[in-house]
Design a protein around this ligand. Structure first.
Ligand code: MN
Length: 728
């Protein structure tokens, strides 16, 4: 084992002379002790794995803490060696990295396809430190290299997980080297036949390829040498998974895929990149539309290069990538290049790198990574939180979600039986906010105890809220009705619409209809369990009561008769039983000429200084046309006029008789029998034995007067009875 360590140290020193070798040795000793006696599936001592992961981490160029964390990354999970001990020995930075890697390790492949997206997001979101992701990628890379030692089913699961989660993340981080290795290792498990077809095909053509590429190297190299451009040319056959995808997408066999060989020219400056491009296009015919300038427009993951596809002498197309050394490092190592080439990154450097990742994730509007990026752009770190169930399923919740939200997200039955929660193994208040990567266990009772009303104030998700309300709706109907009734009454009173609501069925019906309830109890219950807010109900009732009041006012106004002359004047009543339109509390007197009584059609005349004089409408003195402004509409208020029995009205009668003698006493007898008060009576003889009796009588109404008149007419000797109209 010692030589493994020496080899690692040697690599570290070469890569990073400032690394703390002593600390790395201590981490190795610690890991070796912790894993003592453990074996990998292939029979090797376990420590081989952490050392191999550390080597990849060194290759990525990460710092001392990352190397230590790589060596210790399986300790917390797999050995007695705990968090505290690592923290004491190696400090907070290292233990947090180890802890982060451990949490990422809890990510489980889920057979639900949609989970891939969540898992990728969570993967990125939960690592507070980008180094955690890089160490985890290194861990997965080494495991992928040794997939063949796993049981068959596990191989497939792990390979799929690698293909769907780890490789895309490596791609997002611009780490093409790790990406393609992960892809090829996974493909070998996922489609062994397709994989070996390509491997065999490439093997069969390898001599051809080698010759072909050799010729190109010579030709381009010669030209650039002549032009005095410093350069390095590397040639390669494209990696297996990219050929596989091409075959799959274009339905071709390996022999039909020409674009297999690739040439890379690395130069010192950007200007040289474009110079080289010019020379290449002189030597070979470019395929139109295949030139891509990723230098002026870098790929979303930061990749920069010039790409062109040209046709070789044999008519075989091949791709040439031209870039600077700097760009090449970025292309190979992506985000890790930040450590690799900017030694001694401090915390701030880490933040910068993180900012860079966010930026490039957010700036995505691009092509190939579109799917991945579409959903994570904005939400990635801010709006979402990803947590695990104890089984390792990942659940995506909005930021700020509590264990209650989670319980209801799992199932309403879980929420309703919830008694508490354990987060990362510890009992935690149910209103605490969940954090990325938390392992959350919902504690439940056998019987549903039901949620507490306070939970409505705690929960963050609408799903949980509506499920809690649902529960209250179902379980506590009686209580809800009582509470809701009380609440509603209180608010109705406060808004002065209590009677407006309860005295009016129409308002009640409208309110129930509006919120789709069929009974008041349903409404109370809904208020009680919080299915509807009081404000909504109160506003609706207010509206309705107001509307109804306005309608009534309008109806009252419409019922009132109007004069032609002054149709819109306001109405007033007087104690005399006369209503005069438009004049309040006016003095009313009855015209002596026509002596109107209740039941007569009347009209008012506005006198100068003596109030309104009331005439019978058929009075000879009424000439509305002559002075229209002074004639006002008036009518009897029957109730008022008859309210007081003593309220009598004087009117004049003229009784024509055939002979005076004897008739006068008869008339007097009838008047007395009818209890009519007579306060003025005169009789005079006319020629021919006819006579006339004039009398002023007090009556209650036209009705009584008509009655009187008909009785008078029935007196023998009475010719006619008329009401007097004084024409003077
Ligand atoms: Mn591991």
């Amino acid at each position: 084992m010692q030589n493994k360590l020496d080899f690692l140290i040697e690599r570290v020193q070469k890569q990073n002379p400032q690394a703390n070798i002593r600390k790395i040795r201590a981490a190795y000793e610690c890991a070796a002790a912790a894993h003592e006696g453990q074996k990998r599936r292939n029979g090797e001592p376990y420590i081989i794995h952490p050392v191999a992961v550390a080597e990849i981490v060194v290759e990525m160029g990460l710092d001392t803490d990352s190397i230590c964390a790589a060596l210790l990354h399986d300790c917390i999970e797999d050995t007695q060696f705990g968090y505290k001990e690592i923290e004491n020995k190696f400090g907070t930075a290292v233990v947090e990295l180890v802890d982060g890697v451990t949490r990422l390790g809890m990510l489980r492949y889920s057979k639900v396809q949609e989970q891939f997206e969540d898992l990728r997001k969570m993967f990125l979101a939960m690592a507070k430190d980008i180094r955690v992701i890089l160490i985890k990628l290194a861990d997965r890379l080494h495991n992928a290299r040794t997939f063949q030692f796993l049981p068959e089913r596990k191989q497939r699961d792990k390979a799929l997980e690698t293909m769907e989660i780890y490789a895309p993340i490596a791609h997002r981080l611009g780490m093409s080297r790790i990406k393609w290795e992960l892809e090829d290792l996974s493909l070998r498990i996922l489609d062994p036949i397709g994989y070996s077809e390509i491997v065999e095909g490439l093997k069969a053509q390898s001599e051809q390829h080698e010759e072909f590429l050799q010729r190109i190297r010579t030709r381009i190299g010669g030209k650039l040498h002549e032009a005095h451009i410093e350069h390095t040319i590397s040639t390669r056959v494209k990696h297996i998974y990219s050929i596989y995808r091409k075959m799959y997408a274009q339905h071709k066999t390996i022999n039909e895929i020409y674009d297999i060989c690739a040439v890379r020219v690395i130069v010192d400056t950007v200007a040289d990149c474009y110079n080289v491009l010019g020379y290449v296009h002189d030597l070979y015919k470019p395929i139109p539309g295949r030139f891509k300038d990723y230098i002026s427009t870098p790929k979303p993951n930061g990749y920069q290069s010039l790409h062109t596809t040209v046709i070789g002498r044999e008519g075989i197309p091949f791709e040439i990538q031209i870039r600077t050394t700097e760009m090449h490092k970025m292309a190979e190592y992506g985000v890790a290049a930040h450590w690799k080439y900017k030694q001694g990154l401090d915390k701030r450097g880490n933040e910068e790198a993180f900012a860079w990742i966010r930026q490039l994730l957010e700036a995505q509007q691009d092509t190939e990574a579109e799917d991945f990026i579409k959903n994570i752009k904005v939400d990635l770190f801010a709006d979402e939180v990803f947590v695990f169930t104890p089984k390792g399923d990942v659940i995506n919740m909005p930021a700020g979600a509590t264990p209650i939200d989670l319980a209801y997200a799992i199932h309403s039955a879980v929420g309703n039986r919830m008694t508490g929660a354990k987060v990362n193994g510890r009992i935690t208040p149910i209103d605490s906010q969940l954090k990325n990567g938390d392992i959350v266990e919902i504690l439940t009772a056998k019987e549903a105890r039901g949620p507490s009303r306070d939970w409505l104030k705690i929960v963050k998700t609408t799903e949980a809220r509506s499920k809690i309300k649902q529960w209250f709706k179902k379980e506590c109907r009686e209580e809800n009705i009582i509470n809701g009734h009380e609440d509603l009454d209180r608010e109705l009173r406060a808004n002065l619409i209590y009677n407006g609501f309860y005295d009016n069925e129409e308002v009640q019906r409208n309110t129930l209809n509006k919120f789709s309830f069929s009974t008041l109890d349903e409404l109370y219950a809904a208020i009680g369990y919080g299915g509807i807010t009081l404000t909504k109900v109160i506003n609706k009732v207010k509206d309705d009561v107001g509307k109804l009041r306005r309608q009534r006012e309008l109806a009252e106004r419409a019922e009132q008769p109007r004069t032609v002359e002054q149709p819109h004047k306001r109405v007033t009543k007087s104690a005399t039983g006369i209503v005069v339109e438009g004049i309040e509390n006016c003095l009313v007197k009855f015209a002596r000429c026509c002596t109107p009584i209740p039941g007569d059609e009347v009209v008012g005349f506005v006198t100068r200084g003596y109030g309104v004089s009331i005439h019978r409408r058929d009075c000879v003195n009424v000439h509305i046309q002559e002075d229209p402004d002074r004639w006002v509409h008036a009518w009897w208020d029957e109730d008022l006029a008859s309210a007081n029995r003593s309220n009598r009205f004087s009117t004049g009668l003229q009784i024509s008789t055939r002979s005076r003698i004897g008739v006068l006493s008869e008339v007097t007898t009838v008047l007395a029998a009818c209890k009519i008060n007579v306060h003025d009576m005169s009789a005079r003889d006319l020629n021919d034995g006819y006579g006339v009796i004039n009398a002023m009588v007090d009556v209650l109404s036209v009705h009584q007067l008509d009655n009187l008149i008909s009785r008078l007419r029935s007196i023998k000797g009475v010719v006619d009875v008329t009401r007097t109209v004084d024409t003077n």
